[in-house]
Write a protein that binds this ligand. Sequence first.
Ligand code: PLP
Length: 317
Amino acid sequence: MKNPALPRNSFLELAQSTEICDSNKGVFFIDGIFGPIAEAKISILDWGFLRNDSCYDTVTTWHGKFFRLDDHINRFLTSASGLRLSCPYTADEVREILMAVVARSQIQDAYVQAILTRGRPPPGSRDPRLAQCQFHAYAVPYVWIATPEVQERGLNMIVSHIPRIPPESVNPNFKNFSWLDMERALMEAYDQGGETVVLVDFDGNITEGPGFNLFAVNSGSVITPDRGVLEGITRRTVIELCTEVGTHCQTSTVTKDMASSADEIFISSSAGGIMPVTILDGKPIANGRPGPLTEQLRKLYWQKRESGWHGTAVNYS
Ligand code: PLP
């Protein structure tokens, strides 16, 4: 149905703009079929949609190479078995499909998701065990939580009062789309003039934010929450990079005070790598500029990715 508020030819103009063309770039794999991302559709009756009963993983390519592909596939299959979702494909087959969506899209710097939904139990049944799980995948252009321009100045972050869904209810290590806590917190942050948000646990300690882990640096030592968070693959990478630059990264409780008095704060995600936070709850972190350790780790991360570290080349031919 046409949107009556939209003048007839403005849609045409919009459709010809690069913005729309770029957002249409990408390839899906659904029901065993590849196709252009603009035509991707799944059933409204899939419990992935009706119950949020699903798991997923996000892996990226940079200059045509996947980063830690097997780590992402292992985590995806661990999430699936943790949530009793049965993947119709083996690890090798998932790998092949992820390779294929990127190769077919011809995207060099890609944001790639593997998704497993519960599917649909027989009509009238409410028993998830009777459903046949569905595997989906897609590749689109790389997505940044903070663009390189925003990373130059650092993110403006709010600490939400909304607690992250507790791990006893939904284990964050089974990577899932239960994001309503994070979406609510993000809305709250936008209302307060922030650009992003980090959630607390029921004791008020820092957990994680929409799509990222958080790190605080104090007197040269790095700390990241050890509980109530997804053990991000980039988080693991940060811990390794810290060792490489001779800094210890501790996984432990991070209180709100530890965050607000930190010398530096940064976040980690497949969607953007290592990204500085320079304002927390409206106050600058230290001098309000990205900190030296954050910058060192951020540069090292991209240098190493560009040199093919933990990389798996995509065969585009
Ligand atoms: N925490 C949450 C809730 C996430 O959704 C993500 C990534 O999507 C992360 C942390 C970061 O994980 P990774 O570094 O594996 O991308």
